[in-house]
Design a protein around this ligand. Structure first.
Ligand SMILES: Cc1cc2nc3c(=O)[nH]c(=O)nc-3n(C[C@H](O)[C@H](O)[C@H](O)COP(=O)(O)OP(=O)(O)OC[C@H]3O[C@@H](n4cnc5c(N)ncnc54)[C@H](O)[C@@H]3O)c2cc1C
Length: 408
């Protein structure tokens, strides 16, 4: 029976392990931390946004936008939904066709664990990989292509093990949130076997500011507002959340994946309306009102107070009729296109994903195997494939894990 070692007990590793074991492979999954599936448990605010009703290749970022297509087609959102239903897990559709557990993300992890158990996957946690060597074929290791040396155990002295396998699957994830297992081990393995890496950076991450806008954010911390945000030709309509460091919320996390240092982002605080025209009309119909009172119909009082400080501080008590059309048009345009310059994202500490990774040019899109390194597979977030917010990253983990599990 062919032996498979999967490195990393996250979403992709678990899916690959159970798929390979169902095919009769002898599978051992090695996890470095004390528990498998930590990101699954933390995901979606504890309810795991496990997939999306509408999964399209356009929802993924990669230097090769075609790479993800084959795996996504062969293990779809419907396949995962079927598994969730088989396990009797209640789920619900939220905005933008996102699917979440009704009860708890723990159910998704329990489902994967029980599938692994049924299929006979052995899982070792607290494993530290010390070395990986590609084997030359010899009589006693005829089918084994890799040898791993590792130490296992919670505390010293640790057990030392030397293991060999025919297929080695790298599912160690990426750099985001080190406390949840984020590691660069997968990139080291790729380098060891001469695979190229694309540039990595934090994606789906909040923005920070070092200019005067930072103080505005601090004062508005906790406030959420619906916006349309754009940058580099991409646009997302979702909510924005002010934080004491800057801005976050789904709209901001989405656009952060398309932002490069130095870029401006544009916020539309009144999506769907031409604010300049609206204000000029209000001037004619409700001329006695203060501008802030008019805006408070659409935006929160605290946000309007900040905008007033920024854009019309000397006319706080001036009725809208006394503003010139030009002034109202300028304010209206700013409401529709407020240009802000983030100083940075919060980085890997809070990013939901790592953009970039193992260059897909060196990987088969059908099997996830390294093209020039037989028996070595890369799946999940370690690869240069990242999804939008909304269940796409887990779907990539399920689909790429399944693809590799079919061929290990
Ligand atoms: C807070 C948070 C919330 C998220 N919410 C969602 C969501 O709701 N929906 C969604 O689609 N995506 C979400 N994501 C993204 C999603 O969690 C990841 O894209 C997905 O988990 C990637 O799966 P993976 O298996 O490739 O990596 P991971 O899930 O990161 O798993 C990698 C595993 O490998 C282990 N490991 C690392 N190094 C080694 C080593 N050297 N040896 C052995 N094991 C190792 C790690 O401990 C970990 O268990 C969220 C991410 C975060 C951080």
């Amino acid at each position: 029976m062919g032996k498979v070692i999967v490195l990393g007990g996250g979403a992709a590793g678990l899916m690959c392990a159970l798929t390979a074991a169902k095919r009769g492979r002898q599978v051992l999954l090695l996890e470095k931390s004390n528990k498998i599936g930590k990101k699954i448990l933390m995901s979606g605010g504890g309810r795991c946004n496990f997939t999306n009703y509408s999964i399209e290749p356009e929802n993924f970022l990669s230097a090769n936008p075609h790479f993800c297509k084959s795996a996504l087609k062969r293990y779809t959102q419907w396949d995962f939904i079927q598994l969730v239903e088989q396990h009797g897990i209640d789920y619900e559709e939220r905005k933008h066709q996102q699917l979440f557990c009704k009860d708890s993300a723990k159910q998704i992890l329990a489902m994967l664990q029980s599938e692994c158990e049924l299929a006979g996957v052995a899982i070792w946690s607290h494993c530290e990989i010390n070395s990986i060597t590609a084997l030359q074929s010899s009589s006693d290791t005829l089918h084994d292509r890799y040898q791993l040396k590792l130490s296992k155990g919670k505390s010293e002295p640790k057990e030392s093990h030397t293991l060999s396998c025919e297929s080695l699957v790298v599912a160690t994830g990426a750099l985001s949130i080190p406390s949840l297992g984020g590691s660069g081990m997968g990139y080291d393995i790729a380098r060891q076997f001469s695979l190229k890496l694309t540039e990595r950076r934090a994606g789906l991450a909040p923005f920070m500011f070092s200019d005067s806008f930072k103080a505005v954010c601090e004062r508005l911390t906790g406030l959420s507002t619906e916006v349309e945000v754009s940058c580099n030709g991409q646009q997302f309509s979702e909510s924005l959340l002010f934080t004491h460091r800057g801005i976050s919320g789904p709209a901001i996390l989405q656009i952060s994946s398309f932002w490069n240092p130095g870029d401006l982002i544009s916020l539309n605080l009144l999506p769907g309306m031409e604010a300049d025209q609206w204000l000029c009309k209000v001037k004619l119909t409700k001329g006695k009102s203060l501008l802030k009172t008019v805006l408070q119909q659409k935006l929160s009082k605290a946000l309007v107070a900040e905008l007033q400080q920024l854009w019309w501080p000397t006319q706080a008590e001036t009725s809208i009729a006394e503003f010139t059309d030009q002034q109202l048009k300028t304010i209206g345009r700013q409401l529709n296109k407020w240009l802000l310059k983030p100083s940075a994202t919060e980085g890997y500490r809070t990013a939901e994903v790592t953009l970039g990774g193992v260059d897909t040019d060196g990987i088969s899109s059908k099997t996830m195997e390294a093209i020039h390194q037989p028996g070595l597979f890369f799946i999940g977030e370690v690869l240069d494939v990242s999804g939008h917010l909304g269940g796409f990253n887990f779907q990539w983990a399920w689909s790429s894990g399944y693809a590799a599990g079919q061929y290990t």
